[in-house]
Write a protein that binds this ligand. Structure first.
Ligand code: LRH
Ligand code: MN
Length: 431
């Protein structure tokens, strides 16, 4: 038997938090009523918002310098799903997990699917890995994978992606994310055009292996681990490839994969307009691909991204079905706490984006009144919607205060006993 936080404990904690929620909820309801907004609508929207947890995010992350393993770390995919189940139990907005292969390659995919089901979890997009060499691998990905000059390396990489899709079919996933590290560290190292042609040639084989109701997500990234050129370096290249491949190919936006100060909400608006937005790997960053907690550095940018998403939702834009996933590395926090709080930040931005007075915004835009336009957005962004988020969690069987409830439960302490092991400095890199 492994320790789990049970519903009665969550109810107990919610009872203690009841007082402030009712009071704040009533006050906010009155405030929103003055704006002709029914708070109950927003609670329903908050409760319906879902984001997938990255399986690689529930272990402690690291950098090339070091990884400081935490207590009670999950030692395999089943313990990772236990922790994903705990996150879902407390915040209720994370019913799916995105797996990374081979890091999470199940011995028995049907058994894993059943286990996940016992925790109310399903599987979102699969993720391939041709940016590391596995023990016993025939051909190295040192100089690339889907774009490698050697056909045998490309074929090996294509086969791996098709294997991910096969595993995903058994798990009930409906999408496959392809991020490749392919690129160069020196001018002249790669022929830019040949590399892109090879990428498309390889991706056409992967695309052909997709079941009819699946989608393939192309994930661009402007640099790292390649430090001079990256084959799929920006949204433009990703969009060109998605168009070339066909109607099942889309462009995934990882917030950390852009040069500093790039206007990501505008890229989102473009991909929505072009009908090619796959979805997101949400996180935050100050400098590079820092994979920090979503909304922790640039919460206004996160709100502006959701402003574009809600605009599309309200205008029932065709082909608009974005997949929401977190992609973070938790180097100094308890991964469960970071993932819970990051999921809460996404629901917050989504609900605030639904608070934007769209008629007033459109009017200000058409009347060339920039200040009124910004003020209209800021009014929504500066509205404290915490009571709505808390009530939505509670009505969905979750915790009014997930962080406090998690800490009060002693879950991590229990896991430290159940999962003895690796506290302290260990090898670098994402677990
Ligand atoms: C690349 C990336 C990609 C994953 C990896 C874990 O930086 O964002 O989405 O495969 O992180
Ligand atoms: Mn990513």
């Amino acid at each position: 038997m492994t320790f789990e936080i049970d519903d009665s404990f969550i109810d107990d904690q919610n009872r203690k938090a009841r007082a402030w929620v009712d009071e704040d909820y009533e006050a906010l309801a009155r405030k929103l009523r003055r704006q002709n907004v029914d708070i109950e609508d927003l609670v329903k929207k908050a409760a319906a918002f879902h984001v997938a947890i990255p399986s690689w995010g529930v272990g402690t992350g690291g950098t090339r310098f070091a990884r400081f393993a935490g207590e009670g770390e999950p030692r395999g995919i089943y313990e990772k799903l236990e922790d994903c189940g705990t996150i879902f139990k407390l915040v209720r907005s994370t019913p799916a997990v995105s797996l990374h292969i081979p890091w999470d390659k199940p011995d028995d995919a049907s058994k894993l699917r059943a286990f996940a089901g016992t925790r109310g979890l399903s599987f979102d997009a699969m993720n391939s890995n041709t940016f590391q060499d596995q023990p016993g691998q025939t051909h190295s990905y040192k100089f690339g994978s889907l774009t490698h000059p050697d056909r045998l390396v490309r074929e090996q990489a294509v086969a791996h992606n098709i294997e991910c899709i096969e595993i995903g079919k058994t798990l009930g996933s409906k999408a496959h994310t392809v991020w490749i590290a392919d690129g160069g560290n020196f001018p002249g190292q790669q022929h830019f055009q040949r590399a892109l042609e090879r990428y498309l040639e390889s991706m056409r084989e992967i695309y052909a292996a997709l079941p009819d109701d699946w989608r393939v997500f192309i994930e661009h990234k402007f640099y790292e681990p390649a430090f001079y050129s990256t084959v799929i370096n920006d949204w433009g290249t990703s969009y060109y490839c998605a168009r070339e491949l066909g109607p099942k190919a889309f462009c995934l936006v990882d917030l950390g994969h852009h040069a500093p100060n790039v206007n990501i909400e505008m890229i989102v608006a473009r991909l929505i307009q072009f009908g090619k937005l796959a979805g997101f790997h949400f996180n935050d960053s100050k400098y590079g691909d820092d994979d920090l907690d979503a909304g922790s550095i640039k919460p206004f940018q996160l709100f502006l991204i959701f402003n574009e998403l809600v605009d599309a939702e309200l205008n029932s834009v065709a082909n608009f079905n974005p997949a929401y996933m977190l992609d973070q590395s938790h180097n100094v926090t308890d991964p469960i706490e970071s993932l819970m709080m990051s999921a809460v930040e996404l629901v917050r931005s989504y609900v605030q984006a639904h608070l934007v007075d769209r008629d007033a915004l459109n009017e200000a835009q058409e009347q060339c009144d920039p200040l009124l336009a910004l003020a209209t957005l800021k009014q929504a962004f500066t509205t404290d919607v915490a009571p709505i988020l808390a009530v939505a969690r509670e009505r969905s069987g979750g915790a009014i205060d997930p962080l406090k409830t998690y800490r009060q439960s002693g879950y991590r302490r229990h896991k430290a006993k159940e999962r003895p092991g690796q506290k302290g400095v260990t090898a670098s890199g994402i677990v």
